[in-house]
Design a protein around this ligand. Structure first.
Ligand SMILES: Nc1ncnc2c1ncn2[C@@H]1O[C@H](COP(=O)(O)OP(=O)(O)OP(=O)(O)O)[C@@H](O)[C@H]1O
Ligand SMILES: [Mg+2]
Length: 344
């Protein structure tokens, strides 16, 4: 939670039986699911940063497998290596040693250009500091990934509008980031991450700047969307209460996985805790009911009454290379104020 920088990892490794149980559970899980192939396989992942003469071992031999539709949490204290691991998974940084295979492709071996397209096709991102483009309205921010994928303006705006309604921002479409609260900005961030229904969504401390009530709203929203769309959600956090939403919790400590926890029997299920199913739908901070809580089954499908936009991975072609380069520029650019979408 934002108000306290708690050392939530105090629970980890406190008892050997806990790790053993976790290892056993993980083994059972893998045995039960051996027919399901992992979509992400990491082996021996090591990252060493060199600062002058000093070497920082950020990741020290990580092995893990992530399965389709799994909600995964990378949980650890500050400096444990969580963001480094996430960045590697997203192909944003190259490992010093080890391999990362996603959908059968060695992403650690890919060229920047190929990686950019791979990311566009398969990945969505939610950031702690939202990373919205300040000069763009909510709707333009959400439509951006579709714009890069070559979706026509009318169609992508329609889709972006629906996404914004789903996250309870139907009345904030034309607001710019500075005209919205942190929670509202993060809902725009979620709408943007999910708008193209990418197969994998990464979220690095997505609620790190938010209060407790908004944190629950945001977490429930992300988990619900990922479940409804059968997406894999990978969340980085130091907060055990966020980790409670995950199927699997990887405890990260000093660049290693100290234990793996199958959390499925005790995980928080959106709508089941916090707000009862019989209660009226959760009301967002701007007092608008979140349409999201009612959209079931098939949250996106339910939202789409007009021609469906296929998942972003199916619409991007090689022609998207130019757009992929644009995305790279946006990610690299710290001052985003000069960036505008076309047709503005
Ligand atoms: N670009 C870099 N150059 C040098 N050292 C780095 C770099 N990025 C990360 N590190 C170091 O690697 C280690 C892991 O950093 P990382 O950002 O992955 O931690 P984290 O678990 O995400 O922490 P936090 O919760 O504070 O975000 C830290 O010791 C950090 O100082
Ligand atoms: Mg971090």
């Amino acid at each position: 939670m934002p108000e306290t920088e708690r050392e939530d990892l105090s629970v980890i490794g406190s008892s050997q039986s806990l790790s053993l149980r976790a290892a056993e559970q993980e083994q059972n899980r893998l045995t039960n699911e051996k027919s399901v192939k992992p979509i992400i396989t990491i082996k021996g992942l090591t990252k060493v940063f060199t600062l002058g003469r000093e070497k920082v071992i950020a990741l020290n031999g990580i092995d893990l497998q992530i399965y389709p539709n799994e909600i995964v949490c990378l949980l650890g204290t500050s400096g444990s290596g969580k963001s480094t691991l996430l960045n590697m998974l997203a192909g944003l940084e190259k490992p010093t040693k080890g391999s990362i295979v996603i959908y059968g492709e060695r992403i650690d071996k890919m060229s920047e250009r190929k990686l950019a397209i791979f990311r566009q096709k398969n990945m969505g991102f939610v950031f702690q500091s939202y990373n919205l483009l300040p000069n763009l309205s909510a709707i333009d921010n959400v439509a951006l990934p579709l714009s890069f994928a070559g979706v026509k303006k009318k169609v992508r705006n329609k889709r972006a509008r629906k996404m914004l309604k789903l996250v309870g921002l139907g009345k904030r479409m034309r607001h710019k980031p500075t005209q919205m609260s942190g929670g509202q900005q993060q809902r725009v961030g979620i709408a943007r991450a999910f708008v193209g229904t990418p197969k994998i969504v990464f979220a690095d401390e997505p609620t790190g700047n938010l209060d407790t009530k908004t944190t629950i709203e945001i977490m429930e929203m992300m988990v619900r969307m990922a479940r409804e769309n059968r997406q894999t959600l990978i969340i980085v956090t130091h907060d055990i209460e966020i980790a409670a939403y995950a199927d699997t919790i990887y405890h990260i400590s000093d660049g290693k996985i100290s234990s793996v926890e199958d959390n499925r029997e005790k995980q928080i299920v959106p709508g089941k805790q916090g707000h009862d199913a019989n209660e009226s739908p959760p009301v967002s901070s701007d007092n608008q009911p979140q349409d999201l809580s009612q959209a079931s089954p098939g949250i996106i499908a339910a939202a789409e009454s007009e021609p469906e936009i296929p998942p972003i991975g199916e619409i991007i072609t090689q022609d998207a290379e130019k757009e992929a380069e644009e995305i790279e520029k946006i990610l690299e650019k710290s001052d985003m104020s000069e960036i505008h979408t076309e047709e503005k």
